[in-house]
Design a protein around this ligand. Structure first.
Ligand code: UTP
Length: 275
């Protein structure tokens, strides 16, 4: 496998995070910590582990804390240098050394598809990964994105990570239908954004990990607003699946929906127990 295949990872992080108000009034949801580490740092570490070195972050108003987090705080470095507390910064220092960060703003929050399109200027004409940092993933072996990179190396097409959900939860997800082509890998034939349980065509739900080929940008540009008046990546991916091929991959590992309070608490307990 060519390790140079995918080097860029896009983090759409412009959403309002209303489910965490008032915590997210002046602080980005992506900076909420599970134990001592912000959600977005877990995501960046997963991308690094998958061989990526360029992090492209789509932010919005009030998200400056993300930029400050992935930068050096000279005052703080000076203050704790040589003290017993210095090791607290080891992980974030290592992240900053291993990759570069670039930022762009999504001016209007018109949905995930639109947020991804806003990142085009940072991605260019390359295949790229997408991480939604509020979906926190953990796996003892290879991380979820590294698993997907290995599949991309074989099939060279867009891939969405999926998991089986309770059908009553279908309204929260993009749902896929596909034909199995290998264990855990499906060729997508249909996708529906946030269907009612009785209308859900399956219980295979898309989670916040994608590998996208760059033709997706042109497709998003011509995708009309869908569910909730937002430009949905699910709609663009269905067009891509019909034109060519999109795969859905049932990943190995655990996923926590840290965009919800329940998922956030569950993740906190899980990572606390793992220490
Ligand atoms: P969510 O709908 O889960 O995030 O979007 P939200 O809107 O921030 O949260 P709530 O529902 O108000 O609590 C999934 C991901 O897509 C990003 C979000 O930042 C999140 O990572 N997103 C969503 C954008 O970047 N821009 C958008 O216009 C919409």
């Amino acid at each position: 496998m060519n390790p140079q295949l995918i080097k860029k990872c896009l983090f759409p992080a412009a959403g309002y995070g209303t489910r965490f108000l008032p915590a997210t009034k002046a602080m980005p949801k992506e900076m909420l910590p599970i134990l001592t580490k912000p959600l977005i740092q877990y995501g960046v570490e997963e991308a690094i582990e998958a061989g990526m070195d360029t992090m492209a972050i789509v932010t919005g108003r009030g998200k400056r804390a993300i930029e400050d987090h992935f930068d050096i705080s000279y005052e703080l470095e000076h203050q704790i240098k040589g003290t017993s507390k210095e090791h607290y910064l080891n992980e974030i220092r290592s992240v900053i050394e291993q990759c570069t960060f670039s930022y762009t703003r999504q001016i209007e929050m018109k949905g995930l598809g639109h947020a991804i399109l806003s990142g085009e200027t940072l991605i260019g004409n390359n295949p790229f990964a997408v991480i939604l940092a509020d979906d926190l993933c953990d796996h003892e072996g290879k991380g979820v994105l590294a698993q997907m990179v290995a599949i991309y190396a074989k099939y060279k097409c867009s891939i969405v990570a999926i998991e089986e959900i309770d059908i009553n939860e279908s309204k929260k997800y993009g749902i896929v239908v596909g034909t199995p082509i290998e264990e855990g890998i499906y060729m997508v034939s249909d996708m529906v954004e946030k269907p009612e349980p009785q209308e859900a065509p399956s219980n295979l739900a898309i989670i916040g990990r994608y590998i996208l080929t760059p033709d997706i940008f042109e497709i998003i540009r011509s995708t009309k607003a869908g569910k909730n008046g937002e430009i949905q990546i699910t709609d663009a991916l269905l067009t891509q699946a019909k034109k060519g091929m999109v795969l859905a991959y049932k990943f190995k590992g655990k996923r926590f929906d840290c965009g919800s309070v329940d998922g956030f608490v569950e993740a906190t307990n899980y990572f606390y127990g793992k220490q």
